[in-house]
Write a protein that binds this ligand. Structure first.
Ligand code: DX5
Ligand code: ZN
Length: 224
């Protein structure tokens, strides 16, 4: 079976004063990961619609929008209008998750659901067959540069089993503290899409992306 790992650099760690040039330097990635923080669902503010529109106008890569906001139900259409290719909301914040996923699909985008480290996989039960991507947070959301939480591995293992049981294979994205070492670990437990901020935006970005890809692939190959 042909298996690849998708790499989605988080531009939260980019140099915002030179965002266009920063986007050019991650052109070998698969997605741009766009972290929207509202200072409410998470204790930090980042960026939103106007910046997303500019990123879309500049970049050729698809954009993976990670909404860390309260009341995401109200914002789905606005983020789709701004160009989200993959739109992911937190299950802890959603009022009508199924309706949101249907709406995202109606609008022709991919739908993702994110879970905080303290959130049970049980909340995914009725959504597993509908989502295109499941985002397992490996840090508590709100900041870049945090350390990977080791219990993520067990959660990924359970999720992989649940997906196999349901006969579905959504993208499984992991976000937070991902570097070459943790990339290999999470992919050995079934992750196939990696977000990385601080591990990409330093030194040689293209090399960092390639290192993550190689490490992730070696993890996937370890998988039984
Ligand atoms: C955290 C964000 C992440 C963050 C990852 O709340 O969702 O996408 O930017 O940053 P690193 O890779 O530095 O942990
Ligand atoms: Zn994120």
């Amino acid at each position: 079976m042909h298996k690849e790992v998708l790499i989605a650099p988080s531009i939260l760690s980019a140099d915002f004063m030179h965002l266009g040039a920063e986007l050019d330097r991650i052109a070998t990635a698969d997605y741009i990961h766009f972290d929207v923080m509202d200072g409410n669902f998470v204790p930090n503010l980042s960026f939103g619609i106007p910046i997303l529109k500019q990123v879309k106008a500049h970049a050729s890569l698809p954009v993976d929008v990670h909404l860390m906001i309260k009341n995401p139900d109200k914002m789905i259409d606005t983020y789709l209008d701004a160009g989200a290719d993959l739109l992911c909301f937190h299950i802890e914040a959603a009022k009508h998750a199924h309706r949101m996923i249907s709406r995202i699909h109606e609008r022709g985008a991919l739908a993702g659901v994110a879970l905080n480290p303290g959130t049970s996989l049980a909340l995914l039960d009725s959504l597993l067959c509908d989502v295109d991507m499941i985002l397992i947070m490996s840090v508590n959301p709100g900041y870049g540069g945090q350390s990977y939480i080791p219990t993520t591995a067990q959660k990924l293992k359970k999720l992989h089993a649940l997906c196999q049981e349901a006969g579905v294979s959504p993208l499984i994205e992991v976000d937070g503290g991902i570097n070459a070492q943790t990339a290999q670990e999470v992919c050995s437990y079934g992750a196939n899409m990696l977000v990385a901020g601080s591990a990409v935006f330093r030194g040689d970005y293209a090399q960092n992306i390639s290192d993550l890809r190689v490490a992730g692939k070696s993890g996937l190959d370890l998988q039984i």
